[in-house]
Design a protein around this ligand. Structure first.
Ligand SMILES: N[C@@H](CCC(=O)N[C@@H](CS)C(=O)NCC(=O)O)C(=O)O
Length: 214
């Protein structure tokens, strides 16, 4: 199985945490989507051009991070289930996964990319909207974490795979240090073997990118 991804991409990290957590063997294929030529080549394989993309041994393409996680969670049933089998618990995990993607990950990425643009190309209203969504999501997640170790309860789930990667970048663009449960949660995530491995691969690439922007 091939996993097409890039180590600093949040959505790539999301499914990568799941692959590591479930102990799934895969061949890593880096796709540097920030590079237009690489992106054009990748679009020959997958016209939408988004990473991550899982390519099974029979050539089936599985795009979309949540769907990749659903696939490996079902197929590699060993270890903790990332999506519970109980329907109501599963619905709750899928809901938090949507919140993490749409109202945490996407606004963080909006702010990150906006900050790299020349002043005249920045979009203040998009950044204001991103901050509005982040204020709501930080509060929601902080409350959810008040009584639980992980986002959907005391078991690590797909919701955590989705929420943890953008929190790294959120620290840089819109810190959440006032939300003590959320800050504790990210610190705890860094101790988890799967995410620690994701960070080890991503850190040198991220540092080189930051240096290139300085
Ligand atoms: N809904 C998709 C989002 C994937 C996504 O936006 N990936 C970004 C990288 S984090 C990407 O491929 N960007 C390149 C582009 O949009 O051209 C998922 O969950 O997999």
């Amino acid at each position: 199985m091939k996993y097409h991804y890039f180590p600093i991409s949040t959505y790539s990290q999301k499914a990568l945490i799941a692959l590591f957590d479930k102990g799934v063997a895969f061949v890593p294929v880096h796709v540097r989507v920030l590079d237009d030529e690489v992106k054009a080549d990748f679009r020959q394989l997958y016209p939408i051009g988004k990473i991550p993309l899982l390519e099974t041994d029979d050539g089936t393409l599985l795009p979309e991070s949540s769907n990749i996680i659903e696939y490996i969670d079902y197929k590699y049933g060993r270890g903790e289930r990332l999506i519970p089998t109980q329907p109501e618990a599963a619905r709750h995990v899928r809901y938090l996964d949507r919140v993490a993607d749409l109202y945490l990950n996407n606004p963080v990425v909006t702010m990150l990319f906006d900050g790299w643009k020349p002043a005249e190309q920045r979009n203040a209203s998009a950044v204001d909207e991103a901050k509005r969504l982040l204020d709501i999501t930080y509060k929601q997640f902080d409350q959810a974490l008040a009584d639980h170790q992980w986002l959907a309860g005391d078991t690590f789930s797909m919701a955590d795979c989705a929420a943890i990667p953008p929190l790294f970048y959120a620290q840089k663009v819109y810190p959440y240090s006032d939300y003590s449960n959320l800050a504790r949660y990210y610190a705890q995530a860094c101790q988890r073997r799967s995410y620690a491995a994701v960070l080890r691969e991503a850190t040198p690439i991220w540092e080189a990118l930051v240096a290139s922007k300085a």
